[in-house]
Design a protein around this ligand. Structure first.
Ligand code: KG4
Ligand code: ZN
Length: 332
């Protein structure tokens, strides 16, 4: 059974994990504080930080696993989707590592990896299951038929759920990433303000209208009372969080009912949100679902999820050659 070194560098976290026989031995993550003052991830700064972090992060992952390079059987890496400059750092490093150590390369789709984070530890969902994958760049309802057989049955038409959190937070004057801050303030607030629900059809989502509604709401109230946001911050955050979660849950419930599936999971950075975690548990009881919520460290970007995906691809001998590049269209 394989020992795989896996690298994640799609956005603003540089991460490396080592997995042996499907068991994660190490999962090192270096975040990038440099973006907080800019209100969002600055791609150029992200790739430079990956460049600085990648060697120490990889060395640390190998050491923490109490292994040496000679023990590694294959190299997995995030091939996309993500920021091109960031992906290039991880891909180039993975290719060089594989070439220097004569190892096979395994490309991994970051969104598939978020779903497969559920297979790092028990309890694992049973197939077929539905996974609401909610991150800074994506919002998807995924029908998961097998480890490497998935179908996206709904997705956002514009902003992702994480973006809705982050952009709302920016309008409130909070630093990036704003999602965790909205979560924090919401815990002391009440759902006092109402925002419009999106009307997009099927299992799809739309969050751009919400962003405009929040912007108008803040501007109108600030004109009447400049201290409005400071005084009402907790309640505004609770109200924003509520509408985002209700929107997410509505389509997930619809899909679960239509497809008669009771195995329901959430994944991606926004699955760290306490309100969403509570909501999935609440609706799980109401609809008799078996619900699966990842551990916090496997919600946001991490290489352990890339490693577990690479593990399943290794078993199917799905390797790529040295010509692989994030510049070509992502087919996996
Ligand atoms: O999966 P992820 O780490 O990166 C992407 O693949 O995009 O997700 C990052 C997103 C950010 O938008 C961040 O604000 C959001 O996840 N996030 C949260 C929370 N923790 C992270 N959003 C709401 N509540 C949280 N506790
Ligand atoms: Zn992600």
């Amino acid at each position: 059974m394989p020992t795989i070194l896996a690298i994640e560098s799609s956005c603003d976290d540089t991460s490396c994990a080592v997995i042996k026989d499907g068991v994660v031995l190490s999962n090192i993550i270096a975040g990038q504080a440099v973006h907080s003052e800019w209100g969002g991830v600055v791609p150029e700064l992200a790739s430079r930080a990956h460049h600085q972090n990648i060697v120490p992060v990889v060395n640390s992952a190998i050491e923490s696993a109490f292994l040496s390079k000679a023990d590694i059987d294959a190299v997995g890496f995030t091939r996309g989707p993500g920021l091109l400059g960031s992906l290039l750092v991880g891909t180039s490093f993975a290719k060089a590592f594989a070439l220097a150590n004569d190892l096979p390369l395994i490309e991994v789709n970051h969104m598939i990896a978020h779903v497969l984070a559920h297979f790092i530890e028990d309890p694992k969902p049973k197939f077929p299951f539905l996974c609401l994958t909610v991150s800074g760049g994506h919002t998807q309802i995924v029908l998961v038929k097998d480890h490497l057989d998935m179908e996206v049955i709904g997705s956002t038409k514009d902003d992702a759920a994480g973006e809705a959190f982050d952009k709302s937070a920016k309008l409130l004057g909070l630093t990036y990433p704003g999602g965790p801050l909205i979560d924090k303030y919401a815990q002391n607030g009440e759902v006092k303000y109402e925002f419009p629900k999106s009307k997009v059809g099927d299992y799809d989502y739309s969050f751009s209208g919400l962003k405009t509604a929040i912007m108008n709401f803040i501007n109108n109230n600030k004109q009447k009372d400049p201290a409005f946001v400071d005084r009402e911050l907790d309640h505004i955050c609770a109200s924003i969080q509520h509408i985002i979660i209700e929107t997410l849950m509505k389509k997930l419930i619809m899909a679960a009912n239509d497809l008669d599936i009771k195995e329901i999971a959430i994944a991606g950075g926004v699955s760290a949100n306490s309100g969403l975690r509570n909501a999935i548990t609440f609706y799980g009881k109401k609809y008799n679902w078996n619900t699966y919520i990842p551990k916090f460290e496997y919600c946001t970007d991490n290489a352990a999820m890339i490693a577990i995906t690479a593990h399943y691809k290794y078993l199917k001998k799905e390797f790529v050659d040295q010509s692989v590049s994030p510049l070509s269209r992502l087919k996996i």
